[in-house]
Structures are given as structure tokens and as C-alpha cells.
Ligand binder design. Structure first.
Ligand code: PRT
Ligand code: MG
Length: 224
């Protein structure tokens, strides 16, 4: 049996066309059923639904053979799990950029906050974010002094309430920032979802996993 970890919502939705192109049909609709294990048209392949941030954990520890996770999630996971010295992605093989669920990680602030001069003057900036590891690395590389405030959601609220001067968050259309009268003041990086594979599984189930990775690769290439 091969287990593929996906998260509900945009990762699942954007993965479906790639699965279809690879000849895989998921037999349940996660929005309608409460099942966490979904059968597919292939008796040797099942999908498990986990939180987006849990996908790397499932794959790294073998709860799933492979999975789809945003680069944002993978970077945070890698940094968090590298403290032991074994490397943040030990056992996690990352063969493919699936080019789905694309967005960018950016710094945003209130219209009346002069980010450029704060940076130029070397002021300490208070930054609220869910992505503390990525933010820390970004500002350290620029030599900007920041106090990071860890949040788990609704980052946009932080500059509006005076909790922080700026936020680091994902932006796709920009309408969330706009609705909260925030402006994107710096782009940190482009984000897309990646296929991640358990390295040990790749040895034990080499043939079927290779075939699956190749099928995904062809599906990605086919979409240009
Ligand atoms: O939502 P939940 O707490 O259940 O989990 P999650 O946020 O981890 O999962 P989900 O499904 O929201 O996101 C999964 C992955 O999709 C992320 O890890 C990203 O790699 C990718 N992705 C792509 C995005 C976006 N685009 C995106 N726009 N993830 C989140 N957003 C959010 C963003 O944080 C902001 O709140 O959408 C808002 C901005 O969108 P725009 O279009 O208004 O700019
Ligand atoms: Mg979300």
C-alpha cells in the first residue's frame, strides 16, 4: 500500500488535476465526507488528510510514503527540526516542484509605516508572523533588527492593533492585505507546493513510488 498525505483545501484541490493526469481518482470528496483516509481507483494507493503543517511530519516519520506541502511549511519544518543536528529534512526527499498553490511570502505593513526608512535607519522592527524561522533568516540576512512575535493566524490584525509594525505572510491575489489596508513592502520569496517522499519508503517501495513520481513529473510538465 502507498499512502499519500494531502491537506484539505487548496492543496487537495490543486493536486486533483495532477492526480487525474497521473491516472489517479480519489473516490471520496473531503468536503462532503468526514473520512480521513480516502480510497482511490488504485487498490494499492490511498490518500490521508492531515493539516497542511503536519504533512512533512507524516512523511518524515513514515505515516505517509509521500505528500504535498507548501515550501513555506517545508522551510519552517526544516528549521524547527534541525536543532538536533541531523539536518531538518533527514529522511525527507524532495524530488519535485509541483507548481501548484503558488503565492509569495512577503513583508506587509500599514500604509503609514515607513518600512524603507525604518530599515535604513537600523531601527528595531516588531514583526508578527506564523513563519518565524523564515522571517528570522530573511531579516538576519539583511541585517535588520527584528523582534519576532509568533502568531498562528489572522496576522493582518497585528499592525492594525499596534501589536506589530509589520507582518510576514503569504500573499496571492493581495485582496486580504487590501481589505485590511496593508501594503506589501517587500517580497521575500516565491512559494509553491512540493512533492515530498519518505527516503526509506523510496528504497522499500522503489518501483511503485518511482512510477508515481515520474507520473507527477509528466503531469507537471504537461501543464507547462
Ligand atoms: O488554513 P488552515 O489553518 O487549515 O491551514 P493552512 O493555512 O496551513 O492551509 P491552507 O490550505 O490555507 O494553505 C496550504 C498552502 O497553500 C500553504 O502552505 C501555501 O503553501 C499555499 N498557499 C497559496 C496559501 C496561499 N496561496 C494563500 N493565499 N496559503 C495561504 N494563503 C493565505 C494567506 O496566508 C493570507 O491569509 O491567504 C491569504 C492571502 O490571500 P490573498 O489572495 O488575499 O492575497
Ligand atoms: Mg490557511
Amino acid at each position: 500500500m502507498i499512502t499519500l498525505a494531502l491537506s484539505k483545501g487548496r492543496i487537495f484541490d490543486d493536486s486533483l488535476p495532477l492526480l487525474t493526469a497521473a491516472g489517479i481518482e480519489v473516490l471520496d470528496d473531503p468536503e462532503k465526507s468526514r473520512k480521513l483516509i480516502l480510497a482511490t481507483n488504485r487498490p494499492d494507493l490511498r490518500v490521508v488528510l492531515v493539516r497542511a503543517t503536519d504533512v512533512p511530519t507524516y512523511v518524515q516519520h513514515g505515516g505517509a510514503d509521500l505528500g504535498v506541502a507548501g515550501l513555506d511549511v517545508l522551510l519552517e519544518h526544516g528549521a524547527e527540526h534541525s536543532a538536533g543536528g541531523a539536518g531538518g529534512h533527514a529522511g525527507l526527499y524532495r524530488p519535485l516542484d509541483l507548481r501548484i498553490a503558488r503565492c509569495r511570502m512577503s513583508v506587509a505593513a500599514r500604509e503609514d509605516f515607513d518600512y524603507a526608512s525604518a530599515v535604513r535607519q537600523g531601527s528595531r522592527i516588531r514583526v508578527a508572523t506564523k513563519y518565524t524561522q523564515t522571517a528570522r533568516q530573511h531579516f538576519a540576512a539583511k541585517g535588520v533588527h527584528v523582534d519576532l512575535i509568533k502568531l498562528y493566524g489572522s496576522m493582518e490584525l497585528a499592525p492594525l492593533t499596534g501589536l506589530a509594525d509589520a507582518i510576514v505572510d503569504l500573499v496571492s491575489t493581495g485582496s486580504t492585505l487590501k481589505a485590511n489596508r496593508l501594503v506589501e513592502v517587500e517580497r521575500i520569496m516565491d512559494i509553491s507546493s512540493r512533492l515530498v517522499v519518505n527516503a526509506a519508503a523510496l528504497k522499500v517501495k522503489r518501483e511503485p513510488l518511482r512510477a508515481l513520481i515520474d507520473a507527477f513529473e509528466r503531469a507537471v510538465e504537461g501543464r507547462g
